[in-house]
Each structure stands twice: as structure tokens, then as C-alpha cells.
Design a protein around this ligand. Sequence first.
Ligand SMILES: Nc1ncnc2c1ncn2[C@@H]1O[C@H](COP(=O)(O)OP(=O)(O)OP(=O)(O)O)[C@@H](O)[C@H]1O
Ligand SMILES: [Mg+2]
Length: 242
Amino acid sequence: MIEVENLDIGFDNVVLLEHLAFRVEHGQVFVILGGSGCGKSTLLKNMMGLLQPIAGKILIQGTPLKIQEGDPPPFGVLFQSGALFGSMTLAQNVSLPLEKWTGLDDDIIDTIVRSKLRLVGLEGFENYIPAELSGGMKKRAGIARALALEPPLLFLDEPSAGLDPITAVELDELILTLNRNLGTTMVIVTHELESILKIATTCIVLDRDARGIIAEGDPRVLRVESQDPRVVNFFNRQAAGA
Ligand SMILES: Nc1ncnc2c1ncn2[C@@H]1O[C@H](COP(=O)(O)OP(=O)(O)OP(=O)(O)O)[C@@H](O)[C@H]1O
Ligand SMILES: [Mg+2]
């Protein structure tokens, strides 16, 4: 699904991460880990074509990503900051990509919008505005909007940030259900250990000082087998509830 080759990313004269190389396979839940400020969101934005790499290559389904005017992106996105339009109903929010990228009639769009909201457990909330919903419901609505065009790939930046533990677990379950039932490949940035261990097919651990990937693989295996003190520390600090 995604191939990253010898990628350097950052801003202006600052290289945050360099010589990144990894693959995301079809159908995986691929998790990006690392301390705050190491460049996880920046990496995601490079993978989405919102930022230009300093060097190297990113291929999505075998071709370099180029967002073309007139073509919808080949993925859906849930940004770290959420970003539903507050003055619009959930139905209007979810219909935006359909109106922008498809020439479908309003009644067909309406049917699709309802089905996407049902998919994330928000049937009956079509006419609510975001301020009338809980944090978890807003996240689910954001996922419904990201799925509107039925992308094969979804990017999620800290989906459970700011949610209480029970709501976070429900969101993890939704992500896994969508991954299994729709086959959507997921690339997820998250800090939550419980979430990582539950949903990840595989992960990469980024490190700011090393400016790169310090571990890669199944997090359940890394957690018990890694000899790298930085990786051990990452998993243990999380396990201690800090
Ligand atoms: N637009 C920008 N211009 C310059 N520097 C930036 C910009 N956006 C982010 N940075 C810097 O790049 C570094 C990495 O930021 P990024 O948001 O990718 O980190 P992160 O790993 O996602 O952190 P967090 O876990 O807190 O979300 C930070 O030092 C940040 O200040
Ligand atoms: Mg971030």
C-alpha cells in the first residue's frame, strides 16, 4: 500500500527524521510511535502530500503521491485536531467530500451519508452539530467523513487523544471493525499503550535524537524482547500509566 524509501523530512533547514524506510502492507493497522515532538504528525503530513519531503520517495499503491486538482486523494484523514465544521450538522460535514469530488445527486449523497454515520454508530445524529456531541462521537463523525469516499487507506493522527479510557477503547474497537470489515488499511499515530497493543498489526518507533526509526515490528514482541533502552523505556513508561 505504501513504500517509503530513504525519506528525509523536516522544515526549512531543520531535518527532523532522516533515511526513513518502511512499508505498509494492504490491510495492516500500521502504528507510528515516538515521543512528543519527534515528527510523527510531520511524517503523516508528508505521507499525505501536505508537506514536501526534503529527500527520498513515498509511493502509494506503487505511484508517487501527487495530489491533482480534480482528483480526490486516495486516502481519508482524521487530523490530530479533529476539525469538523462547527456550524454544520454531522450530515453536512460527512457530505462535504461527496459534494466536492462526486457528481452524485443529493438524494444519493444523503443515502451514503446516512450509511457512513450508521457505520460509526451515529445513526440518528445526522442533524446534530458537533457542539452537541461528546468527544468520542466527534471523533467517530470525523471517521465517517474520512470514509465518505470509501478510501482504501485511512490516516489517523492520535484518534483517542483527549478521550476517557472507556471511550478510547470503543474507538479502538471501531477502528478494528472497520479494518476487518472494510479491509481499510490504517496508518495511526498514537501514544496509548493499551491501544497500540490492541490494534497494531505492526509499528515503527521514532526517536527525536536518533532522527529515525529505532524499532520496528509487532509491539507485543518489541515490548518483551527489545534490548534497546529507549524502546524498553517507551513501553514501560506507558505501562506505568505516565
Ligand atoms: N509548520 C512547522 N514549521 C516548523 N516547525 C514545525 C512545524 N510543525 C511542526 N514543527 C516542529 O517539528 C517538530 C515535530 O512536530 P510534530 O508535530 O511532527 O511532532 P509529533 O511527533 O507529532 O508531536 P506530538 O506527539 O506532540 O503530536 C516539533 O519540534 C515542532 O515544533
Ligand atoms: Mg503530532
